[in-house]
Write a protein that binds this ligand. Structure first.
Ligand SMILES: [Zn+2]
Length: 239
């Protein structure tokens, strides 16, 4: 194989590996961010659940007030009962007192229900918070490991970059400049196999002339696909 082309393929392989390591870093950072976002959202949800107890407390205070009003009414009615002049008046007052007491009992039940609801909500919120705290600690551990892993990837990328520079120093200026242009245009995908059987570029799937393929097979020049500009090479299984 053409020596320049061989170096370009080598360079592409190194660049592919750099690209893979970069993707690994992005994926790790994205995974951490996603998990942090989920936990943040869950914390907000727990606070919203807890906030419900404020409304319940207001409701409860209102009921307590109703209870006090009723107590005052009952005391008043009991006073009137002592000075009732007729049986009818006495019975009517007794009925009203009974009615007020019946209401009181209902309100007391309601207050108990509201208190129980508050306890339930607090217990639920505490439980959720405990679970979030646990998972946050796990995430901290995961993040620390991920940061170590990222540092390793970055060190690997540095090594690969140095290897790239070495390989690049063996490539002639024009070919390297062309490679870099195509690399930028095709998002890091600068070379493509030329299928010498189907006469097509495996980078863009467009037709290649027999003459183009023969020049690639001829091994004496850097040949570009006329459609996508990728640098062509004959894949190993067709050599
Ligand atoms: Zn092409």
């Amino acid at each position: 194989m053409n020596k320049q082309l061989k170096s370009l393929l080598e360079l592409q392989k190194l660049n592919d590996e750099i690209s893979e390591r970069r993707k690994d870093i992005v994926a790790l950072n994205a995974s951490i961010k996603k998990q942090r976002d989920i936990l943040d959202q869950e914390r907000t949800d727990v606070e919203a659940i807890r906030a419900e107890t404020v409304n319940i407390k207001m409701e409860q205070d209102k009921r307590e007030l109703d209870l006090n009003t009723n107590e005052t009414d009952i005391a008043k009615l009991l006073g009137q009962l002592n000075s009732a002049k007729t049986n009818e008046e006495y019975s009517a007052l007794t009925r009203r007192i009974e009615e007020e007491r019946r209401q009181d009992s209902g309100i007391e039940d309601e207050i108990i229900r509201l208190m129980e609801r508050t306890d339930e909500i607090k217990a639920k919120a505490d439980e959720l918070k405990k679970d979030i705290d646990t998972r946050e600690k796990e995430l901290d551990v995961f993040e620390k490991e991920a940061q170590d892993q990222i540092a390793q990837y970055e060190a690997k990328i540095e090594t690969l970059r140095r290897q790239c520079s070495e390989v690049e120093s063996g490539i002639d200026e024009d070919s390297l400049a062309m490679y870099k242009r195509v690399f930028a245009k095709h998002d890091g995908d600068a070379l493509a196999p030329a299928d010498s059987v189907t006469l097509s570029c495996c980078g863009c799937n467009m037709h290649l002339t027999r003459e183009t393929v023969n020049r690639v097979l001829g091994d004496d020049a850097i040949v570009f696909c006329k459609s996508c500009n990728r640098i062509l090479y004959i894949p190993e299984y067709q050599r």
